[in-house]
Design a protein around this ligand. Sequence first.
Ligand code: ADP
Ligand code: MG
Length: 327
Amino acid sequence: MLLDLAGRRRVLFFGGKGGVGKTSVAAAVGLAQARAGRKVLLVSTDPAHNLGHLWQRTIGPEVVGLADQLDGVEIDPEATTDEHLSAVRETLYSVMPQHLRGEVDRYLNLSRQSPGTHEAAVLERIAGVLQTGLPSYDLIVFDTAPSGHTSRLMALPEIMASWTEGLLRNRRRSEKLGAAVRGLTRDTNRSGLVEDTPHDPLVERDLRIRRILLARRERFEALRDTLRDEALTSFVVVLTAERLPVLESVELHGHLRAAGVHVGQLVVNRRSPADAGEFLMQRRELEEQFMEMLSGKLPGIPVTELPLLPGELVGADAVGRFADMMG
Ligand SMILES: Nc1ncnc2c1ncn2[C@@H]1O[C@H](COP(=O)(O)OP(=O)(O)O)[C@@H](O)[C@H]1O
Ligand SMILES: [Mg+2]
């Protein structure tokens, strides 16, 4: 069932509470799809970086081959934030008068610490990965950070698009004001030499700022449209059959729906076996209560159950065996 969903989408996000199996399930689904003949890119946006640990190799910001038809890349929020802020610095330098560079640096140093900056940087990278990846991959699988981060991330394109819209509106207002002021000076000095032509550095600067803001708004709008396009994108919530993961999944589902993101599947990982002794039997019965709680709170979303495995899930072979269980 999970593979049916994956087979009909181009973009999949895996999210859920920390430690429930997001990375393992995302990798196994990616591998299963690659085996089915699709070209797949696996992307980790979790600072915990366990994609590399799972495949037992170093995976960084450059795409590496993990298996036939399967590539992987890790987005490091810290490094991404640095890159993002230096790109912003370059942009601001190019549009601000030279003597304000100190102000720009002060502002950016504060920005680094402020809430939302990491998410905005990661979001830019996600937008970039989708933009460059969709033409060359059949499927892009995102293994996301634990729930809180991810639900904020999914709501962000909308917020960023309207924030940029607000800035554009302010600029329109200040452009009018600027034009009026220039009109006034022209009137008062009566020289007739000050022309409002495109060579006016102020007009040129305004045009440049508008272009940057417009490009940014378009990028976020495109990302928002991709995230909300049910035919293209689906979100898979991974959990275990325990109280807190169930409650956290219900909350995550609410946030995703509010952001307009389609939740296509719930994956309940690490289900205890019913035929392996009294102890695990009792655990399984307890899990049944939480399975009921889940279907009561989130009715109508298909559920896939995956078994608790006896061994440690690391290395390509283990991912391969897990992929065999995806069904
Ligand atoms: N079905 C399973 N059976 C046994 N161990 C599992 C199973 N799924 C995941 N694990 C193990 O649980 C730990 C957390 O899994 P991981 O995929 O890293 O979770 P997350 O990405 O949600 O933090 C890892 O050590 C992984 O090997
Ligand atoms: Mg993980």
